[in-house]
Structures are given as C-alpha cells and as structure tokens.
Design a binder for this molecule. Structure first.
Ligand code: MLT
Length: 410
C-alpha cells in the first residue's frame, strides 16, 4: 500500500495564483470578448535585455560545437556567474559575501522550499501576515505545522502581523522562534525595511539562536539609498541569515529561470550532539545530491546582466516597471484610494474601497473592469480588506488599467 505525504491534505484550497487563474478562466469562458488586463501575479512582460539575448545566443552556439560543448556544470553554478554576483551585488557595495558562498539555482521559490531539507522538523517558525504564501505552504508540506483553523492559520506557526498600524514592520515575537521569514522589499505590501529594523531582527536572531530566511527577490527595485538591499549589510547577519535572490523580476527571467541563494560560511547551527554544523556545507551537500545546476545557457544569460551593457539595460527595465508602479500609485491616490508600496518595490498595496472584502473587490474589478489583481486576504488574514496590484505590465495596459479601475469603483 502506498502512503502519501498527508501534510498535503492540510493545505488550504489551491495555491493563491492558480486559484486566481481558475477564476479568470471561468470569467473569460463566459465573457469571451473581454480584454482582461492582468496585474495579479508579478509576472514580467517586457522582453529580455539585448545583452542577455546575445549572450544566450552565443551560449547556444557553444553548445552546438563539440570543442565548446558543455555537459553537466558545477551544481553550485559556474564561476563566470558566481564571481560577478559576488563582486557587483555585494563586494562593490562593501558587503562581505564571497563567490563560493553563492549557490546558483533555477528559482527562489524552489530554493525557499528546498532549504527546508536541511532544517529539522521541530523549529518554531515565524512568518509575517500577510506573507508570500510559498513560505507557509512549503512548511505545511514538510510537516512543520498542525492543521489550519477556520481563518486559514496553521497551528504551530507564529504569525507576525504587518499592518498600517505598525508601518508594515513586524514586531519581535513575544514567544521564542527558531526560523523567521523576512521579505524586503516586501511581497505583497511593497513596503521596505530600514537598516534599524533589520538590525533589530539580526540582533534578535543572534540572541536567540534563530535563523533568518531573507528573501531579497525585489532588491533591485530599491531607489532609496538608505534602504539595505541585502541582509548582509547588517552587522552580524552573516552568522544568522540566508539570503535568496532572483533574476526573475530584475532582468525578466520568470520564464528563463535563474536565481541564487547565499549561505555564508559563518552560519553555524548546533546539532543535537552539540556539534556546530555549517549550513553552507549541508546546503552544498543537498544541492550536489538533488540538483544538477542551472542550465549553462541560462547562466550565461544571467552573467550578461553584469556586463556594462547588461547593467544599463537592467536599469532601464527596472525604471520602466517602477514608472508603472508610480503611475498606478498616483492614479489610485487621485481617486481617494489609500495606497502603500510602489516606491521601492513593483507592487502597490491598496485598501479596498467601501470596506469590501479582498475577494469581493477582486470579483468587482474582474466583472466591471476586466481587471485582475491579487486579493490581500490570499496572503494571510491580516491582508483582508487589502488588494495588490503588480506593476509588471506594458505601459499601455497600466494606463488602461488605471482608467478601468476608476470606472469600476465609480
Ligand atoms: C507574486 O506575484 O507574488 C510572484 O510573482 C510570485 C513569485 O515570484 O513566485
């Protein structure tokens, strides 16, 4: 008899984005002529930067010739990518991360889930509420929680509300926690964490022997120089934090797939026999066993993002999406909507008008405006009454979306 992983049975309904897709499909089936604009999932729309396209073409040509062909690559990623990441994303900014602490992968979503392989099952886990649902669901799947209650909150997780009242910055937990997920710039609220905020969390982690999972997938969208882009800008973070980064949003790789995770060598955790264990070594062991590395062609493309042309084109892409974010924010504020985020992140987080529930507002926008966003409650109970719009779309669609939004709430 086959036994399944019964933890999957604890999961609530569908994962948020497939659930949205299901509702949109149902709508378009009954309204086949409707031109739906999607500002729901944060999926990029603009083509790859030319420097990256050229590098990937070249890489394909290398693969087409026996003398330059590549088979399996290093599981941790090629040096031609790990070196520029270390240099440009960290060392040039005065941050101590070396190339061999960087593990290249095919995505941050995968990495934030896979990292649980090297952690035990008895950790007390803290997440913000609202939160990127992957952190919760992967812990449910791994059996780190009990069942969900009627509000969708899982027994065993510590929920840290991020609300207007606390400026979307979670308070330190009032019970001890072992693992803390932080995502800044934040998905879904589009807000940022200051150096002082992050220092508070690093200090907490050091004092309590906790581990911070820092998701920095949106760091490239920070324009305010006082806001940290990496947790390792914070003193002591190398001893307590793992950082996840991605090429998905900054150079348009959602369909190409490339990301990386930094596991510093200073990060040690005590095993039950009291021996210090290096998480870097455990992750290396895990990746070498279960992963054969990201594709050579893809890594060549990612490396081109650090060339002079690549950097300039990346900046243009980010400016393009951040102009969308500004237009969305200003357009919504002009009709009296309360809006957060959208200044150092490609998401705007708005209060639903007339106290509508998040899903009621989703249905209203879809039916009246043929416009798709993401219900705040899909990110957690504290997201109820909020709604997220993504700035990843063409200018034309963003401008049309603002007009449709205004008409739908009129
Ligand atoms: C989102 O919309 O929250 C993101 O696109 C999801 C992701 O990056 O996996």
């Amino acid at each position: 008899m086959v036994h399944i992983n019964e933890n999957y049975l604890k999961l609530k309904a569908g994962y948020l984005f497939p659930e949205i897709a299901r509702r949109v499909t149902a709508f378009t089936e009954t309204n086949p002529t409707a031109q739906v604009i999607k500002l729901g999932i944060g999926d990029v729309t603009e083509p790859l930067p030319p420097a990256i396209v050229a590098a990937m073409h070249e890489a394909v040509d290398e693969m087409a010739n026996a003398p330059t062909f590549h088979g399996y690559g290093p599981e941790q990623g090629y040096a031609f990518l790990r070196n520029p990441i270390a240099e440009h994303d960290y060392q040039n900014r005065g941050v101590n991360v070396s190339a061999d602490e960087i593990f290249v992968s095919d995505g941050s979503k995968c990495d934030t889930g896979n990292i649980l392989d090297i952690l035990g099952t008895d950790n007390r886990i803290a997440i913000t509420d609202p939160v990127y649902p992957v952190y919760v669901d992967t812990n449910v799947m791994a059996g780190h929680t009990g069942d969900a209650d009627e509000n969708g909150r899982y027994a065993g997780l510590v929920y840290l509300p991020v609300t207007e009242e606390n400026g979307f910055v979670p308070e330190l937990p009032d019970e001890p926690v072992d693992i803390i997920y932080l995502c800044y710039p934040n998905n879904p609220t589009g807000t940022v964490a200051t150096k002082e905020t992050l220092q508070k969390w690093v200090d907490y982690a050091r004092a309590n022997g906790s581990l911070i999972m820092f998701d920095a997938a949106y760091e490239a969208f920070i324009s305010d120089d006082s806001i940290p882009r990496s947790i390792y800008e914070i003193e002591g973070a190398r001893e307590v934090a793992i950082e996840f980064r991605s090429f998905s949003k900054n150079v348009g790789f959602t369909g190409v797939r490339c990301a990386f995770t930094v596991v510093p060598k200073d990060l040690k955790v005590k095993a039950s026999c009291e021996t210090d264990v290096s998480l870097h070594q455990l992750w290396n062991r895990r990746q070498s066993t279960k992963f054969n590395g990201a594709s050579f062609i893809v890594q060549k493309g990612a490396a081109a993002a650090y060339s002079p042309d690549g950097q300039q084109q990346k900046k243009q892409l980010i400016d393009f999406y951040m102009t969308n974010a500004r237009l969305l924010k200003e357009g919504l504020e002009a009709v009296g909507i309360t809006v957060y985020g959208g200044e150092n992140a490609p998401y705007v987080w708005l209060r639903t008008p007339n106290n509508l529930s998040s899903w009621d507002f989703f249905d209203l926008l879809l039916n009246k405006g043929h416009l798709v966003g993401t219900p705040g409650s899909g990110f957690g109970g504290a997201g109820e009454g909020y709604f997220r719009l993504s700035a990843f779309n063409s200018r034309e669609n963003v401008e049309a979306a603002i007009e449709r939004f205004k008409a739908a709430i009129d």
